[in-house]
Write a protein that binds this ligand. Structure first.
Ligand code: AHG
Ligand code: MN
Ligand code: MN
Ligand code: MN
Length: 370
């Protein structure tokens, strides 16, 4: 199915998804969602690029602290609203969760984009009706603390199907019951993802996705305003000589993780190679380089934050899905990240992902430590 599609580099994302839908009719609603994602990423790329101009109103801090306890950037809010609207108006979405939303939101839309929305985000007046087929989780602007310095940022998206054992039932009266209902719809492990995607806003704008059958990388061609397939079926090199961590925390890491990085620094690890360090502090940028050049990206747990910093639902799981589909691995050190069932929407997860042989070395170090 996918082979016929992925051979033709240069094919536009729109055409690629149309062919996926033609060859897989059950995915046709998913391709509608990706139409909204395609447009949103182009819009965000433009907003980020123009955000530093003197005339721009989108510079700097929003003046709010989000549920993560982070100072929200204006662009965190702008990109979050943009994605929420674009996804919601497809009518294909039942529930969404975002880094910038305190709790998951059960969407209301009759499926026609021009229909008046019967609930508004502000007063969270949830009139729970029958909802779309999909659940979407996203980080609208990853690495946003970097954006005012022009360092690459990204958007991360995961898509699940509505969890069948949590159908919206008409008896739901109160908002918190509706919340509990939709919460169950968002808290699924990465193994249940039907799609994982990210957009990287950098020297080029890249849209990278997996539907569970390989990883496809598209590059935005500004001349025609379309993402075009540039790297069909991405496979991460099995070994590497690059590691990517915030090493300021290294003294606080778990011993197996710390020892392994010490060895990679000294060239006394499994490959005998002396590694170099590359870290930009934007997960999407660091993972994208890791996918293409090989390497290990991670944010391990440490004595201060045993679960590290990255959020499982909309950073760890979708990026692990892409990494595994590209032939890499993604672990907490002792568990496959994609198998972790979230308990809270914004829970964090210690994560190390990348080239198979290097990650295996980390897994073995944890196993040896017992
Ligand atoms: P976000 O901007 O979406 O909150 O995510 C930031 C994350 C991730 O992008 C990056 O890998 C990590 O924070 C960097 O953390 P440190 O600054 O602690 O290294
Ligand atoms: Mn943030
Ligand atoms: Mn992030
Ligand atoms: Mn973010």
């Amino acid at each position: 199915v996918f082979d016929e599609v992925c051979e033709t580099t240069g094919v536009t994302f729109t055409r690629f998804m149309a062919e996926v839908a033609m060859l897989n009719p059950e995915l046709s609603e998913l391709t509608t969602l990706f139409g909204a994602i395609d447009t949103s990423c182009k819009a965000i790329a433009d907003i980020v690029k123009r955000s530093q101009l003197p005339s721009s109103e989108t510079l700097g801090l929003e003046g709010e602290v989000n549920v993560q306890g982070e100072d929200q950037k204006k662009l965190d809010v702008i990109t979050n609203d943009l994605l929420k609207r674009a996804l919601r108006f497809t009518g294909k979405l039942g529930v969404l969760a975002s880094e910038e939303e305190d709790e998951p939101v059960d969407l209301v839309s009759s499926g026609n984009a021009d229909d008046k929305l019967t609930s508004t985000w502000d007063n969270k007046d949830l009139v729970v009706e029958d909802t779309g087929k999909y659940v979407c989780v996203f980080d609208p602007l990853d690495g946003s603390s970097n954006v005012d310095a022009g360092i690459p940022t990204g958007t991360i998206i995961g898509i699940y199907e509505h969890d069948e054992n949590c159908e919206v039932d008409e008896s739901i009266e109160t908002e918190d019951e509706a919340m509990a209902n939709c919460l169950a719809n968002t808290l699924q492990p990465g193994t249940k993802l039907v799609a994982g995607a990210y957009c990287l806003y950098s020297s080029s704008t890249f849209l990278v996705l997996t539907l569970g059958n390989g990883v496809y990388m598209f590059t935005l061609d500004d001349t025609i305003g379309e993402f075009v397939l540039s790297h069909p079926n991405v496979k991460i090199p099995e070994s590497s000589k690059i590691y990517s961590f915030n090493e300021a925390n290294i003294e606080k890491w778990d011993a197996p993780m710390k020892e392994t990085v010490y060895k990679w620094r000294q060239g006394t690890g499994r490959s005998g190679e002396r590694y170099s360090s590359r870290y930009i502090g934007s997960m999407v940028g660091d993972v994208h380089r890791t996918l293409l050049y090989g390497g290990v990206f991670g944010y391990p747990g440490d004595t201060k934050n045993p679960n590290g910093k990255l959020r499982l639902l909309y950073e760890g799981a979708p990026m692990s899905f892409i990494m595994e589909q590209a032939g890499g691995l993604s672990t907490t050190g002792t568990k496959r990240v994609m198998e972790i069932v979230p308990e809270q929407v914004h829970q964090r997860v210690p994560i190390v992902m990348g080239s198979k042989n290097d990650i295996q070395e980390v897994i073995d170090a944890y196993a040896a430590a017992g």
